[in-house]
Write a protein that binds this ligand. Structure first.
Ligand code: DX5
Ligand code: ZN
Length: 224
């Protein structure tokens, strides 16, 4: 069974105390920090740049999972690698040569990952799996750009199709994950769970992370 991991998204942290937000997640038992990078072109919103990854990497010792919601990721991967990213995710819908960009991420010594929007079919990323260009796939369960949106449950069929194709790959889910939605995603085959607004609104983040981890572990299905 792949590792079940919980990744708080610091987009939902108090931006005036971002380093503390990272440390709070680490102290609560988070496995990785999820950093949402938005360029205002690929998605309507603008968020963080490499400086925030650098800050987060200096603030905690858990890995940095960096989600590039940018139109031209190939122009930025060096900067995000140098800032301390561990996993660099690009979108299959971005304007880049996906094979080349993923290879460049690996050549920089980082884990390459591919992300798909809710309306993009699983087949769009099968080439990445067949050729092992990626170590991780992330399925968006909201339209990217903003935290705090509702979970789109019909992406679970797509997760199951990806899991049937590759039992070795880490499958992450991003958007609307909470104590109600985590089970469905895990049952479909996800093993990495990004959660922003749900975790940062908790008085006891450690208990919430432990609960998500337990529910996911109970529900995880490797072979659906
Ligand atoms: C959405 C981002 C998510 C977001 C998740 O564009 O990619 O990582 O922060 O936030 P919640 O958990 O609030 O849906
Ligand atoms: Zn994200």
């Amino acid at each position: 069974m792949p590792d079940i991991q919980i990744l708080p998204s610091i987009l939902a942290a108090d931006l005036g105390r971002l380093a503390e937000g990272c440390q709070r997640a680490e102290a609560a038992g988070a496995d990785q920090i999820h950093v949402d990078v938005m360029d205002g072109v690929f998605v309507p919103n603008i968020s963080f740049g490499p400086g925030v990854v650098k800050m987060s990497a200096a603030a905690v010792s858990i890995p940095q999972n960096v989600h590039l919601m940018v139109q031209r990721p190939q122009d930025h991967i060096k900067a995000f690698a140098a800032a301390g990213s561990d996993t660099i995710q690009i979108h299959i819908e971005a304007k880049c040569d996906v094979k080349e960009t993923l290879a460049a991420i690996r050549a920089l010594g980082k884990r390459p990952a591919i992300t798909l929007n809710p309306e993009t079919p699983a087949e769009a990323i099968f080439e990445c799996l067949e050729n092992r260009w990626v170590d991780e796939v992330m399925v968006m369960s909201v339209h990217p750009g903003f935290g705090g949106q509702s979970y789109i449950a019909n992406v679970e069929e797509k997760i199951a199709a990806i899991r049937r194709t590759a039992d070795w790959v880490d499958i992450a889910i991003d958007g609307g994950i909470d104590d109600k939605t985590v089970r469905g995603a895990a049952a479909a085959g996800c093993n990495l769970f990004v959660a922003g607004s749900y975790l940062y609104k908790q008085a006891d983040m450690a208990a919430a992370i432990a609960d998500l981890r337990q529910q996911a572990t109970e529900s995880f299905c490797a072979n659906v």
